[in-house]
Design a protein around this ligand. Structure first.
Ligand code: ZN
Ligand code: ZN
Length: 195
């Protein structure tokens, strides 16, 4: 199955995200641009396992990117790097190449200039982001991304039990301390505080 039209993706994005917004359209356009640069066309079929996507923000556009790419956290094909930036890197596992696409800071201003008569910012940007060229919306850069086998979908590794809390740890995420395997929380990276 080939790629769908932007309008079809908009419907799917609205369903999965709960509403349609400018961020969704930007995310759809960003993902379509990224996979076009990689030459990937059949994400539902032959190219299904070709792509891993790194997203740099957890906002509306992130959901839209998963709609186009099919890359999901639960499939290990979506990686989150919390940089707070409207950017994503699309990694082609087959051709061993990757492209990072970032939304241009000027895109909001361009939307204003294009449709000054539309007072509602979201409506103004939605309309403009549908119509603006890829070059007006984005910059892209070819990059390499070090993805270890333990980070790829389908990686199999024995589950290790943390010597301190007894919880299981997958994908080699344990840390060895004085010969004992510890989970990251017990090793000092705990993000929560027991009460
Ligand atoms: Zn939204
Ligand atoms: Zn532990």
């Amino acid at each position: 199955m080939a790629l769908k039209s932007l309008a079809e993706y908009e419907l799917l994005a609205a369903q999965s995200h709960g509403h349609l917004c400018a961020g969704q359209i930007l995310g759809l356009r960003m993902a379509l641009y990224g996979i076009a640069l990689l030459g990937i066309e059949d994400l539902a079929g032959a190219d299904r396992k070709r792509l891993v996507t790194f997203v740099e923000i957890d906002r509306c556009m992130t959901d839209a990117i998963t709609v186009v790419t099919g890359c999901r956290l639960g499939k290990r094909a979506l990686k989150f790097r919390d940089f707070g930036k409207a950017a994503a890197t699309f990694c082609d596992l087959r051709e061993h190449r990757a492209v990072r696409v970032a939304a241009l800071e000027s895109s909001k201003q361009r939307a204003r200039e294009r449709y000054p008569e539309i007072a509602d910012k979201n409506q103004q940007q939605m309309r403009a982001y549908r119509e603006m060229s890829d070059a007006e919306l984005f910059e892209h850069q070819w990059v390499t991304v070090a993805i270890g086998p333990q980070d790829l979908p389908g990686f199999k590794a024995p589950r290790v039990v943390c010597a301190q809390c007894g919880e299981g740890v997958s994908f080699g995420r344990e840390i060895l301390r004085e010969g004992r395997p510890l989970c990251r929380a017990c090793a000092g990276e705990r993000y929560y505080t027991p009460v």
